[in-house]
Write a protein that binds this ligand. Structure first.
Ligand SMILES: [Zn+2]
Length: 238
């Protein structure tokens, strides 16, 4: 049985190697997903910037109309100033002109700030357009790289898989089916556990001295009473 256990350990080790290659494939494919999602986010931001520009333009248009009204009021007040006689009326009109002037200045300030904001957004949109053009180019290049890398990983996996099949064919049917069942739960999570110092190395459950010596003999396949992993004698590692 010790040979069988050695085979199982080898199978477990190959499985873990395959997992590394599968992870590498996943890492490669996420490179593209990441760039695409980055581009999507920039595109969404660009759309919302465009909407912001439209709304800023609309608000400036409304302010400009308000400015025109104020201008009309100012010229009417100035005209009236020429006609009045009393100082009180003159004071009232001057006061009105002062207030209108202040309001006008305020609105002009807001319009200017809004124009600057629109300029900033337009620059950002232009930059995004440049970025999106570049992204298409790099996606094509990266896709090529990813394809090569994935093909390499798949080749490694296929070599490992055929070794795996050969080793599995060496197992007796009972052990094979037990290992398959355990691998459903513990694939890439060590379906095999070494027993040392009366402890299952995977779940750290105490293995009775009696069971440990049965495992050490290596004549039968024993399982951990707690996690059901196959218990391997440390001698099988040599
Ligand atoms: Zn265990």
């Amino acid at each position: 049985m010790i040979e069988t256990i050695r085979n199982l350990l080898e199978i477990q080790s190959i499985d873990l190697h395959i997992k590394k290659h599968l992870d590498a494939i996943e890492q490669q494919t996420t490179r593209i997903t990441r760039i695409r999602s980055d581009a999507d986010n920039r595109k969404k931001q660009q759309n919302s910037d465009m909407a912001a520009i439209e709304s800023k333009k609309a608000s400036n248009l409304a302010l400009e109309k308000e400015l025109a009204t104020i201008d009309a009021k100012i010229s009417r007040a100035k005209h009236n100033l020429d006609l009045i006689k009393s100082q009180a009326q003159a004071n009232a009109l001057n006061n009105e002109l002062k207030n209108l002037g202040k309001k006008k200045e305020e609105i002009e300030g807001i319009i200017l700030v809004t124009i600057e904001a629109i300029d900033g957004l337009q620059k950002k949109i232009a930059e995004t357009n440049q970025f999106l053009d570049g992204v298409q180019q790099s996606i094509t290049e990266i896709e090529e790289e990813v394809k090569l890398a994935v093909a390499h990983e798949e080749k490694e996996i296929s070599i490992l898989s055929s070794r795996l099949t050969n080793l599995e064919n060496l197992l007796d049917p009972k052990t094979k089916s037990l290992f398959r069942d355990l691998n459903i739960r513990f694939k890439y999570k060590y379906p095999l556990s070494i027993v040392g110092r009366n402890v299952c190395s995977q779940c750290h459950f105490n293995v009775e001295r009696n069971l440990q010596s049965i495992v050490e003999k290596g004549a039968t396949i024993e399982q951990c009473p707690n996690c059901s992993r196959i218990l391997c004698p440390s001698a099988a590692l040599k």
